[in-house]
Design a binder for this molecule. Sequence first.
Ligand code: GDP
Length: 402
Amino acid sequence: MFDKLRTAFSSAAKSFSEKELKDKDIDEILLQLETSLLESDVALEVIDSIKSDLKEKLIGSKVNKNEIENFVKNSLIQSISSLFDATGTIDIVQNIRAKKDSIEPYIILFVGINGTGKTTTLAKIANMLQKSKLSIVVAAADTFRAGAIEQLKEHTNRLNLKLIAQNYGSDPAAVCRDAVLYAKSHKIDCVLIDTAGRMQTSKNLMDEISKINNVVKPDLKIFVGDSLTGNDTVNQSREFFNYIKFDGSILTKSDADANGGAALSIVKVTATPILYLGTGQEYDDLTKFDKDDFLETVFGDVEQTQEISEQQISQIDIPSKEEKEIQEKMEPEPEVNTMEQELPKKKPEEKTSDDPFEGIETKDIDNYADWYDVPPPETDEQARKLAIKIREWISSGRPKPS
Ligand code: GDP
């Protein structure tokens, strides 16, 4: 019996500084982090989904007690970071160059709602491609909205680009086909297609875009969303994605958006990357999306915490789902020991090591356990309190129970 007790004591001592994460520990900390995400305009459904993935991963992990808060925060940052990493990225210039030898041009389709900055963004991409010495033709496939063709013409004139357009009301897919034929016959590298952007719930619009998609089979489909409209942009991205499975997004007006949460929401909802951010009204105001900048905007200085996190996570034992199930079956939730409730509310002695029984002789532990019929402690806290009890018992002359 004593051997068993001693083993229980020493194993409790070993894990004295560790704590197994429970639902409640994680919930409390995630609640604060949830506020950061909400304030950054991340959609609620996205936060909930990230939280439940994270909880499933963390419950049962053993973590140093003082580090729980940091650990959960760092795990959340890592989880968001891997979400961005998982989508990969797209190098547009390189992809166009890779297709240069083909007789087919590289075709990019821009979709999104009016007013989000779609036309300006198309012009910004054209400007970027021109700087990389690639040739471009633009297709005016918004034949619905009055002024759309003129607006595009202003950009193509300024950038000195060829524009293929027909009259308002004509078939947008036919305009795109014309542009592709023009590009082939003039050996142009790339066709940029501007599409109409009525409400995303308009079935006609989605049918129109699906038809363009089927007729010209774009190499790249880009959703353009306004980062200022937060959850609205996320809903638009979901709707467009349902219809045309775009490859990535560009978020405009991020110069005016200090929050940036729409980026995370779109990535989570569509599992496609954010390619660029629009950062102003000039053609050069286009910046490659940077995951680290995003994390820093939402969580503050993450470089340091990420380093800590990597060390912690490599040290910490995160059980697999199967291991957790087995653990749950084998280790029922320990009941509160009445011994704990009887203990004095005295301040515990200064801790000098992780072993609460350090300095107490085994003989004393054995005698105390035997005389007072004490069960082996099941938690670190019980072990610590028991050690205090034994010390008090020793200092009061090791009285036997009456
Ligand atoms: P479209 O209707 O979606 O084609 O939108 P436009 O391209 O016409 O852009 C709508 C307005 O947003 C214009 O005034 C643009 O100058 C402005 N805009 C577009 N992109 C950005 C951006 O990244 N930052 C800022 N501040 N304004 C932008």
